[in-house]
Design a protein around this ligand. Sequence first.
Ligand SMILES: Nc1ncnc2c1ncn2[C@@H]1O[C@H](COP(=O)(O)OP(=O)(O)OP(=O)(O)O)[C@@H](O)[C@H]1O
Ligand SMILES: [Mg+2]
Length: 260
Amino acid sequence: MLDISKLTFGYGSAEPVLENVSFGVERGEFVCLIGPSGCGKSTLLRIVMGLAQARSGIFKLDVDRRDVGFLFQSNALLPWRTARENVALGLRARGATRQAAGVEADHWLESVGLAGLGERYPRELSGGQCKRVSIAQVLALKPQLLLMDEPFASLDAIVRRYITEDLLAWVESAQTTVLMVTHDLEEAASISDRVVMMSNGPRARVKATFDVPFGRPRDLEHVRESRGYASLVARLWGALSEEIHVPRRSAQPAPAALAA
Ligand SMILES: Nc1ncnc2c1ncn2[C@@H]1O[C@H](COP(=O)(O)OP(=O)(O)OP(=O)(O)O)[C@@H](O)[C@H]1O
Ligand SMILES: [Mg+2]
């Protein structure tokens, strides 16, 4: 569904952020994109969305742009619209009547665990509930390709786990193709089919790809207890830590002026 080959991109005339990036995503595949902070993962996603254009290389997207859904880390809900209206927006834009869109929105709100909360405004919902509204919003449009940029990063561990499980169940049943950026190696190792790891920037490229050896439908609890999972997480940590150079604290004493 997505084919990227030797893609190079830079902002303005600056040094390239991405250089010779090559990878693909098969129809129905769930791919996680990981890499050091600032290497260009969000930039790559923006290129896939059509919001930025590569300087050179091959970029092929075999799906209508209207069938591509986005889910971002930040809350993109309209504060002056209720949860139902927020979910209904995209459906209305596609020509659904107000009533039909409302009924459909309620269905999706129910399926993300927010039955009965359609009348609430975003300010009356918790962060996790707002995230569920955003998920309902994107799923209601039944995307063939779902692009996500650290969608769960701001959520606490428990809510994150529930939401991830729900989303995974939906993606599996609808056979949606997913490309998701995450910093969470355990998340990548448990939910995806393949992990694409980028090298450190500038001039970041694909450092390695890792096949995830678990089938579908997937029981995340079961996966996390398996030996294959632990060894995959260890391999991801090893490869990523080669790219991240944490500056060591200097052993030098502080200058006298600072120490005073
Ligand atoms: N609009 C912009 N103009 C110029 N440089 C930019 C712009 N947006 C991002 N950059 C630079 O491009 C590089 C890649 O940024 P990007 O946001 O894609 O990284 P990332 O891998 O998503 O990082 P993180 O994991 O922290 O979200 C960074 O060095 C960043 O400073
Ligand atoms: Mg980013």
